[in-house]
Design a protein around this ligand. Structure first.
Ligand code: PMV
Length: 359
C-alpha cells in the first residue's frame, strides 16, 4: 500500500452527515482549454456569487460489504440518475488514491437556489459543494486539513478534478486559478483567493443576470475546452489571458473601474470569438445578447452609468456594476432591457463571502 493510501485509516465516526452551501462564480478572465488531468491552459480570475448557491447534504455510513462506490444522489428530493452517474464516475476516479470511498455508502441531497440554464454555472456550485463535503469528511474521519488554508486548498483541489471552474467556488470574493508567476501560491492544481484587498468600489460588486434564453446550451463546455486543442488562435489566447489577468489585478488594486470594464468585456467577447473560430465553429450568443450589449454601450456613452457585461458559455448576459449604483441600474434594466429576456427573467446577485458549512 502506498504512503498516501496508508494515511486513510478509518477512525470514528463511521456514520454521520455534513452539509455545505457553495455559491457559483462568474469568470472575468475565462478558463478555456485544458491539459493533463483537468489542468487549465491559462490562469483565470472569477468573482464568487452570493445568492446563487447549491446546498448539499452528504450522509455517510460504512458499507457492509466494501467494494465499489456506493451512492444515491437526489436533486430537489428526487433521485437523479443522470447526475448520479457523473458523480459516481468522479468518485470512482478519486477512489484510486482515496480507497476509503469504497468503504462508505454516500447519500447526497442537493438543491440549487437558482434555476437551470440561466447563465449561472451549477457545475461550479454543486461540484464545489461536493468537494467541501468530502474535505469535511476527511477532516472528521482522519483528522486531516485542520487549518482553514489546508482545508480550502484540499476542497479546491478536489473540486477542480470534478469541474475546473468549481475549484474557484470554495473561496469568496475574487479568486485566481492557474499558475501566474506574479502571484505567489497560485497553482494549476487549485485556486487561491485574491491575495490583496480590492479597492472599495469593487466591494459587493453587483451581478444582474439577464436571461436571454433558458434553453440548455447546444455545445457543452467540455466540448468547447476540447476544441481549444489545435485551435489556430490558441497561442494568442493563452498569451492574452495572462495579459488580461495582469490588467484586471491592477484594476482591482487601483480601483480602476474603466480598466476593469474594458478587460472584462474583451474577455467575454474573446471567449465567444474562440467558439466561432474553432474547427467545429459554433455560436452560443443570440440576437438579444447583442441587443443588450449594444444598448449597454450606447447607454454608457449617453448616460454614463458604470456598468459592464460579461458572458459565460451561453447567451445570457451578466451585468456588473458597483453596489452604489444599484437603484439606477435596476431601473434602467427594468425599463430598457427586460424586453430582451425570456419571460422578463433577471436574476440579481452580487459578489459574496464564499461557502458556508451548515451542518
Ligand atoms: O469548469 P467548466 O469545465 O464547466 O468550464 C468553465 C468554462 C467557462 O465557464 C466558460 C469559463 C470559466 O472560467 O468559468
Amino acid at each position: 500500500m502506498s504512503e498516501k493510501k496508508k494515511s486513510f485509516v478509518l477512525k470514528e465516526p463511521h456514520r454521520g452527515s455534513i452539509a455545505w452551501q457553495c455559491p457559483s462564480n462568474i469568470a472575468l478572465v475565462k478558463y478555456w482549454g485544458k491539459k493533463g488531468n483537468q489542468l487549465p491552459v491559462n490562469p483565470s480570475l472569477s468573482m464568487t456569487l452570493s445568492n446563487s448557491f447549491t446546498e448539499m447534504r452528504m450522509e455517510f455510513r460504512m458499507q457492509e460489504r466494501p467494494g465499489n462506490i456506493s451512492l444515491e444522489y437526489y436533486f430537489d428530493d428526487k433521485r437523479n440518475p443522470g447526475f448520479e452517474v457523473r458523480i459516481r464516475s468522479y468518485l470512482a476516479g478519486l477512489s484510486v488514491d482515496l480507497p476509503y470511498l469504497n468503504h462508505l455508502h454516500l447519500t447526497l441531497n442537493s438543491r440549487n437556489t437558482f434555476p437551470h440554464s440561466t447563465g449561472i454555472a451549477s457545475s461550479a456550485s454543486s461540484m464545489g459543494a461536493l468537494a467541501l463535503c468530502l474535505s469535511s469528511l476527511e477532516q472528521e474521519m482522519f483528522g486531516m486539513h485542520q487549518d482553514d488554508f489546508a482545508f480550502r486548498s484540499r476542497a479546491s483541489f478536489l473540486a477542480r478534478l470534478a469541474s475546473g471552474s468549481a475549484s474557484r467556488s470554495v473561496y469568496g470574493g475574487f479568486v485566481v486559478w492557474g499558475h501566474f508567476p506574479s502571484l505567489p501560491g497560485s497553482s494549476d492544481e487549485m485556486a487561491i483567493p485574491l491575495p490583496f484587498q480590492p479597492e472599495n468600489v469593487f466591494n459587493g460588486l453587483k451581478d444582474s443576470i439577464l436571461v436571454v434564453s433558458k434553453q440548455a446550451k447546444s455545445v457543452s463546455s467540455s466540448a468547447g475546452h476540447a476544441l481549444m486543442n489545435g485551435h489556430s488562435y490558441a497561442e494568442a489566447r493563452i498569451r492574452n489571458a495572462s495579459i488580461n489577468l495582469d490588467g484586471l489585478l491592477s484594476a482591482l488594486r487601483q480601483g480602476d473601474l474603466e480598466g476593469f470594464f474594458t478587460i472584462t468585456e474583451w474577455e467575454a467577447l474573446n471567449l465567444h470569438a474562440l467558439m466561432m473560430t474553432s474547427s467545429r465553429a459554433y455560436l452560443l450568443i443570440e440576437p438579444n445578447t447583442l441587443r443588450i450589449v449594444k444598448a449597454l454601450r450606447s447607454m454608457r456613452e449617453t448616460e454614463g452609468l458604470p456598468v459592464c457585461f460579461t458572458l459565460d458559455a451561453g447567451p445570457n448576459v451578466h451585468l456588473l456594476y458597483p453596489a452604489a449604483e444599484e437603484v439606477k441600474v435596476r431601473d434602467w434594466i427594468d425599463s430598457r432591457l427586460k424586453e430582451y429576456c425570456e419571460d422578463g427573467t433577471v436574476i440579481h446577485d452580487q459578489c459574496g463571502k464564499g461557502p458556508q458549512r451548515t451542518e
